[in-house]
Structure formats: structure tokens, C-alpha cells
Design a protein around this ligand. Structure first.
Ligand code: MG
Length: 384
């Protein structure tokens, strides 16, 4: 039996690479659902090529266009947020790959877990915003949250066969992004294009900016906290500019296990979708002479303050990580539009964290409200 996959966010960087993985493994996977926000032309091309049962266009205004284009294709077309949340419950879906960007992944992922679907989790913001709620429900529904994020996939792979052995510490590796070793003075003048030029990974715009500010690593610390049930004190970040070691687990005997390979997201995508099997691949293999040196250094949280803010948000708990995420989404957008400078990013996020009302034990609705309250406030802060 083939695994029937729903890809939420099929037109993004992770979604398109997941479709390549499916295409390489036609006997193992089958596309059941494709969804996109706005990129209708690519969604239509994907639908014609991969023959899903259902496509969803989140933007309702684009429904007629998509439905018209797929009229003769025997593919059901739905639109809107409600449809997005419903398709993950379909009986014909075995695994949901959550690859949408940012907060928008929260409710569909929540519904997929609630419906008992296996999850290949590429949308880290879901766990940043609502890690406690999502992981608790995943345990109740016996749903696996299979990490697609390369660092968490690395930890997950290192833990296979180690379930009885407590973790002493994990090290999330971090490339350092395009601004590693830059001084505050130099960072005053960096442009959007500088920030978009990531040295090792080819990713979407939002995550690439998050990598330049190290907020991406901060989010990954929070994601790891929930995926692996670890306190903050057991989660460390180490800068490793070559991005060959994808993360490390240290056990109580001092032994460290690392997972390594060339930086290519298709590998963790395929591992999550194929789990527990490793599927043969033709991905480019690591060649030792190309990497005579692997380097490691601590992150500079005085310059890249977002990483420190993320640890702080995690320590405070409650709705604080949700505030962190919402403020970050607004400032990244403002930075991409040239409305604010690079170094204003952590300042504005910190101000939002101080101003939005703290809730110690938020429910899902509290988080939805925190998100919109924080967005409104942060929009104002980026205008000044
Ligand atoms: Mg990552």
C-alpha cells in the first residue's frame, strides 16, 4: 500500500522538494492533497502533474481561477481556511506534511493531529506558538510528529534505538548565516539582499531572514524543547559554518552521536515521509576532500539578540513564544519591504514581548488572540 500524502504548502520550498521526493519514489508515495496560499499557477501545474484527489487554494478570491483551470481533470477544488482545516481529516490521507510558512500552519496542524494523522512537521512555528497543546494532543492521539527540520531530523535519527537512554544534552548546529562574524557597526548597513544570501541552504525568504538574525535557531530551540521533552538547560546551540553535522545528541555516558551529510532538505523530508524505512536515494554524497575542516564556535547572542530573546520567551513560557513568533513575522515582513533596518528587528520584538499581556496557561483561543494582538501592536512599532 502506498502512503497517501497531503502536502500543506505544496508551492513553497519544502513542498516542491517533497514532490520531487515523491516523484523519485512512485511505488512508496502517492499525492492525495495539495494546498497553497496564493501561488495558483504553480498549484495548477502541480495538480495536473501529480494527480491529487483534492487541491485547496487558501485565498478564496482565487478559487474560480483554480477551479476553472482544473475543470476537466477530475480533481476536487476547495478554497479558504475552513477547507484547509478539513482536508487533513480525510480518511484517504495517511500522512500530512505541514510545509506552510509561519503562524498559518497552526490550526491545520492542530486539526490534523486531532484527526489522528501522522505528521511530517516542517512548520516549526506551530510548535513555537503552541508546542504544549500540540504535543499533548499528539500523545493522546498516538500521533508521531516526525521532524522535517534538518536539525531535529538529525536528533531524531540519533535517538533511534536509544529510547531507554536519557539525553544529557543536545547541540543544535547553526551555520551562523550570512552575517557570521560581522560587528554591530557592519550590521547597521546590511541590505535585504545581503540577508537573503544564505551561505549553505536554499530556502524561502522568511526562513532565510530568520537564519540571518538567528531567530530561526531560537525557534528551533523551542521546537526541540517540545519534540524531545527537554528543559532549556539541555538544549545548546553551536555554530558550525559548513552545515555538514546537522545536530548532535550527548548521552549520560558522555558519548555524542551526530548525524551528518551534505546540506540538502530532501534528505530530512524523505526520512520523515518514509519513516521508519530509509529509502535509497541518488542525492549527492559527501566527499571528504571537499571538507578538510569542520569548524565550531559559540553563537554571539550579544550581536544576534534574537537567539537570546527566544531562550527568554521559552523560559517565561505561557503565550510568550507566541508573542515572539507574531512579532517576528511582522518585523521580518517590514524588513523585507525596506520599512525597518536589520538591527531594529530584535529591538521591536523585545518591545512587543514587554507590551503584550502575558498569559500563563493559554488555551488555543488565547493564542489566536495573542497572535492578532501582537501583530497589531508590532505593525504600529514598525511604523515609528
Ligand atoms: Mg533547521
Amino acid at each position: 500500500m502506498k502512503k497517501r500524502i497531503a502536502i500543506l504548502g505544496s508551492t513553497g520550498s519544502i513542498g516542491t522538494q517533497a514532490l520531487e521526493v515523491i516523484e523519485q519514489n512512485p511505488d512508496v508515495f502517492e499525492v492525495e492533497v495539495l494546498t497553497a496560499n496564493n501561488n495558483v499557477d504553480l498549484l495548477i501545474r502541480q495538480a495536473v502533474r501529480y494527480r491529487p484527489n483534492v487541491v485547496v487554494i487558501a485565498n478564496i478570491e482565487k478559487y474560480a481561477y483554480v477551479a476553472g483551470a482544473l475543470h476537466d481533470e477530475d480533481i476536487k477544488v476547495y478554497a479558504g481556511a475552513e477547507a484547509l482545516s478539513q482536508v487533513v481529516e480525510m480518511d484517504t490521507v495517511d500522512l500530512v506534511l505541514t510545509a506552510m510558512v509561519g503562524y498559518s500552519g497552526l490550526i491545520p496542524t492542530y486539526n490534523a493531529v486531532k484527526a489522528g494523522k501522522q505528521i511530517a512537521l516542517a512548520n516549526k512555528e506551530t510548535l513555537v506558538v503552541a508546542g504544549e497543546i500540540i504535543t499533548k494532543m499528539a500523545r493522546e492521539k498516538q500521533v508521531d510528529l516526525l521532524p522535517v527540520d534538518s536539525e531535529h531530523s538529525a536528533i531524531f535519527q540519533c535517538l533511534v534505538g536509544e529510547y531507554m537512554n536519557p539525553i544529557e544534552k543536545i547541540y543544535l548546529t547553526c551555520s551562523g548565516g550570512p552575517f557570521r562574524k560581522k560587528t554591530l557597526e557592519e550590521l547597521k548597513h546590511v541590505t535585504v539582499n545581503d540577508a537573503l544570501a544564505h551561505p549553505n541552504w536554499d530556502m524561502g525568504a522568511k526562513i532565510t531572514i530568520d537564519s540571518a538574525t538567528l531567530m530561526n535557531k531560537g525557534f528551533e530551540v523551542i521546537e526541540a524543547r517540545w519534540l524531545f521533552g527537554l528543559p532549556t538547560s539541555k538544549i545548546d546551540v553551536i555554530v558550525h559554518p559548513q552545515s555538514i553535522i546537522h545536530s548532535i545528541v550527548q548521552f549520560e555516558d558522555g558519548s555524542m552521536k551526530a548525524q551528518m551529510g551534505l546540506p540538502d532538505m530532501k534528505l530530512p523530508i524523505q526520512y520523515a515521509m518514509g519513516f521508519p524505512k530509509r529509502l535509497a536515494s541518488k542525492f549527492t554524497r559527501f566527499n571528504f576532500p571537499d571538507y578538510p575542516t569542520l569548524e565550531f564556535e559559540p553563537p554571539d547572542t550579544k550581536i544576534f539578540r534574537n537567539l537570546a530573546l527566544a531562550y527568554e520567551a521559552l523560559d517565561q513560557g505561557g503565550n510568550m513564544p507566541c508573542i515572539l513568533n507574531a512579532a517576528n513575522e511582522v518585523v521580518v515582513e517590514a524588513f523585507l519591504k525596506g520599512k525597518i533596518r536589520f538591527l531594529q528587528i530584535p529591538d521591536i520584538i523585545e518591545e512587543a514581548m514587554q507590551k503584550v499581556a502575558f498569559i500563563k496557561n493559554p488555551g488555543l483561543n488565547d493564542l489566536v488572540e495573542t497572535n492578532s494582538e501582537t501583530r497589531t501592536l508590532t505593525e504600529l512599532l514598525t511604523e515609528n
